[in-house]
Design a binder for this molecule. Structure first.
Ligand code: ATP
Length: 254
């Protein structure tokens, strides 16, 4: 890549008392990428993400975001990034429009709340309260809140965990749309197919270390080039197809 990376993580290490959560992680993310940290539970993805977001300290290593050092300029970095909050961070009784106005006030920016809801496909929910949303809608809303300060990078920690397959595919479309508007996306996932379909490049994390990093296509092609073959033929249909054929409609979002 010929452009400067928007994120540079260099030999990152994080120890908690007795736990080496991150042993040695280095990677770069370039502007306009959807970059995935892919790994099983406990691999160190959230820890890595929160260190980049300046929300957590590190043991050693260097992290830069948009040229700023997380040790020296955490305040500058916070202004440039969008971080998806866990749902507990929202007031359940405020409407979506009220919540977006509240966040806009905190960020001190003017936001057209209805346009923001339209962007994430929640235009008909403007008067709904957060607690009345489905799981997929809650995720969409929390992604909308990451966009309020017009960030250069958004961080999404397991954005589709717990969603049904159709809601997951819908959210992938939303995340691609964010990238198309010029925002870099960094996400964590433990879903292989999510990384394969959504991410331009992935870092595969295992026990606190990067074991592979490339585009999903390249990683798969490299494996195939070694003579690898799947043990079992893929079936011609999936359980989703069975559901579709039984009901005549797709797995629903809500
Ligand atoms: P998940 O997909 O389950 O969120 P993860 O890949 O995001 O997993 P982390 O949450 O970064 O993994 O955790 C990495 C390791 O660090 C785990 O063994 C976890 O138990 C440990 N860990 C995380 N936070 C703390 C903490 N505050 N104190 C002690 N150990 C922690």
């Amino acid at each position: 890549m010929d452009r400067d990376p928007v994120i540079k993580v260099d030999r990152l290490v994080k120890h908690y008392q007795g736990v080496q959560a991150v042993r040695d992680i280095s990677f770069e993310v370039f502007p306009g990428e959807i970059f995935g940290l892919l790994g099983p539970n406990g691999a160190g993805k959230t820890t890595t993400l929160e260190i980049i977001e300046t929300l957590r300290g590190k043991t050693s290593g260097k992290v830069h975001v948009a040229g700023f050092d997380t040790d020296r300029n955490p305040g500058e970095i916070k202004k440039l990034i969008g971080v998806q909050l866990q749902s507990a961070g929202y007031y359940p009784n405020l409407t979506l429009v009220e919540l977006i106005r509240l966040f806009s006030g905190l960020y001190n920016v003017d936001t057209d709340a209805n346009a923001m809801l339209r962007k994430v496909g929640l235009e008909d929910k403007e008067r709904a309260r957060y607690k009345q949303l489905s799981g997929g809608q809650k995720q969409r809303f929390s992604i909308a809140t990451t966009l309020i300060n017009r960030p250069v990078v958004v961080f999404l920690d397991e954005p589709t965990t717990g969603l049904d397959p159709q809601a997951r595919v819908n959210l992938w479309g939303l995340i691609r749309g964010i990238r198309e508007q010029g925002t870099t996306v960094v996400l964590t996932t433990h879903y292989m197919e999510e990384a394969e379909h959504l991410c331009d490049r992935v870092a595969i994390i295992e026990k606190g270390a990067v074991i592979a990093i490339d585009s999903p296509d390249k990683l798969i092609d490299n494996l195939v080039a070694t003579g690898f073959e799947r043990k079992k033929e893929m079936k011609k249909a999936s359980l989703e197809d069975v559901f579709l054929s039984l009901t005549g409609h797709k797995w629903r979002d809500e």
